[in-house]
Design a protein. Structure first.
Ligand code: BGC
Ligand code: ZN
Length: 338
C-alpha cells in the first residue's frame, strides 16, 4: 500500500510502497484511514526541523490528524467494533513511564521521551490501513463524521483553554483575544464564543477576505494589530514570536497568555507589569484523553456550517504538494484516503 513518508536518509518527502499492517494482536485495532488533516507541524517536519523515524527505519509515515473506521479488532478489545468511527490520539507514553505518562497524561510527559504518531518515533496515518491500541482511540459518533477530522486540533484547543481558565486567579474571564486565524485560532474563537466570552481575533487578514467574513460570522471582532487590546485570556495560535511578545503587554490584570505556536521570542518581558498585575504566561502542547472527549462534545455543539467552512478536501495524491507548498487560502486541508 502507498504511504506518504519523510525519508530521513535522502531528506525528502515522497510516496512509498509499505507493507500492510499484520492482524491486530490482543488490545489492538486495525483501522481503515478515512481522512488526514495537514497542519504546520507537518510542514515543519517536511523541512526536517524536527521529527524522528521509528527505531530501525529511515522513513517516517506522516499524518497525525486522522479520522478512521475500525476494520477489525484483536482479541480482548471490547471498547469498539468493526465499523465504528475513531480518532487516534497522537502521543504515546515514554518507556519506562514517568509519573505523568503512567497516570494517562503523556501530554504532560516529564522525560520528553514520549513518542507521537506521524511526528516522532511512530508512523502516522497517511496510508490506507494502520494499527493502534484500542486504548488510544477516541470514539466518534457517526453524526459528527463530516467534521471529526477536527477532533485532534480541537483537543489541543480544549487543553489550552482549560489551562488558561485554571490559571486565571479570579476565574472572572470575559474578554478573550486569539492571535491568528488558522485552524487552531478559529477553533479557539469558536470554543470561547460557546463559553459566552467576548472574542477579538488579531490577524492580518484583509477586511474583505473570506476569512475576515468568517470571523464576523463567528461573532468575533477582528483587528490587525494589538492597539487598544486588553484581554483576560490571550491564546497565541500563529507561531509568531513578535506577536506572542506583544500579547504580554495586552494582558489585563490577572490576565493569562497561553502560547501554542511561537518558538522563541526575544525582546523585553515586562516583568514589573506582570508582577503588579498578577499575570501568567504559559505554554501548552498536545492533549489528554478527556480533552479529546471534550472536543467531540464541543464540536457537536458548534454551528456545523461554520465548522465545515474550515475544511477543504483533496485527494491523497495531492498531499505531498499541499505539505510542501502550504495551504494557500484554505484553512484546514484534509486529504481523503478512501
Ligand atoms: C499536534 C500535537 C503534538 C504537537 C507537537 C501538533 O501539531 O497536534 O498533538 O503534540 O504537534 O509535536
Ligand atoms: Zn497538528
Amino acid at each position: 500500500m502507498l504511504a506518504l513518508v519523510l525519508d530521513f536518509q535522502y531528506r525528502r518527502l515522497d510516496y512509498l510502497d509499505v507493507p500492510e499492517p499484520t492482524e491486530p494482536v490482543p488490545g489492538e485495532v486495525l483501522l481503515e484511514i478515512i481522512e488526514v488533516g495537514v497542519c504546520g507541524t507537518d510542514r515543519d517536519l517536511a523541512k526536517f526541523r524536527f521529527g524522528q523515524p521509528p527505531a530501525g527505519q529511515n522513513h517516517l509515515i506522516l499524518g497525525h490528524e486522522a479520522l478512521a473506521r475500525v476494520k477489525s479488532v484483536g482479541p480482548l478489545v471490547n471498547t469498539c467494533k468493526a465499523g465504528d468511527l475513531v480518532v487516534p490520539r497522537v502521543r504515546h507514553s515514554c518507556r519506562p513511564s514517568c509519573s505523568s505518562c503512567s497516570a494517562g497524561r503523556s501530554d504532560l510527559c516529564l522525560t520528553n521521551n514520549y513518542q507521537e504518531r506521524g511526528i516522532t518515533g511512530l508512523d502516522g496515518f497517511f496510508r490506507p490501513l494502520a494499527v493502534d491500541e484500542a486504548a488510544n482511540l477516541q470514539a466518534i459518533p457517526s453524526e459528527l463524521a463530516d467534521v471529526a477530522v477536527l477532533v485532534e486540533p480541537m483537543s489541543v484547543v480544549e487543553k489550552a483553554y482549560e489551562l488558561a481558565l485554571r490559571l486565571h486567579v479570579s476565574g472572572e474571564v470575559r474578554r478573550v483575544a486569539v492571535i491568528g486565524a488558522g485552524t487552531i485560532g478559529l477553533l479557539t474563537a469558536m470554543l470561547a464564543r460557546l463559553k459566552g466570552h467576548d472574542v477579538t481575533i488579531v490577524s492580518r487578514e484583509a477586511a474583505d477576505s473570506p476569512r475576515a467574513q468568517l470571523i464576523q460570522e463567528l461573532g468575533c471582532s477582528y483587528q490587525v494589530n494589538f492597539s487598544d487590546l486588553s484581554a483576560d485570556v490571550i491564546i497565541e495560535a500563529v507561531g509568531s514570536n513578535a506577536a506572542a511578545c506583544s500579547a504580554i503587554s495586552c494582558l489585563a490584570p490577572l490576565g493569562v497568555l497561553v502560547v501554542l505556536g511561537a518558538p522563541d521570542g526575544s525582546g523585553e518581558i515586562p516583568f514589573l507589569r506582570m508582577i503588579v498585575g498578577n499575570q501568567v504566561v504559559a505554554g501548552s502542547v498536545n492533549a489528554a484523553p478527556h480533552h479529546f472527549a471534550l472536543a467531540v462534545k464541543d464540536l457537536s455543539a458548534l454551528d456545523r456550517n461554520l465548522l465545515n467552512r474550515l475544511i477543504e478536501r483533496r485527494s491523497f495524491a495531492e498531499a505531498k504538494e499541499t505539505i510542501i507548498s502550504g495551504s494557500g487560502e484554505s484553512i484546514k486541508l484534509v486529504h481523503r484516503l478512501d
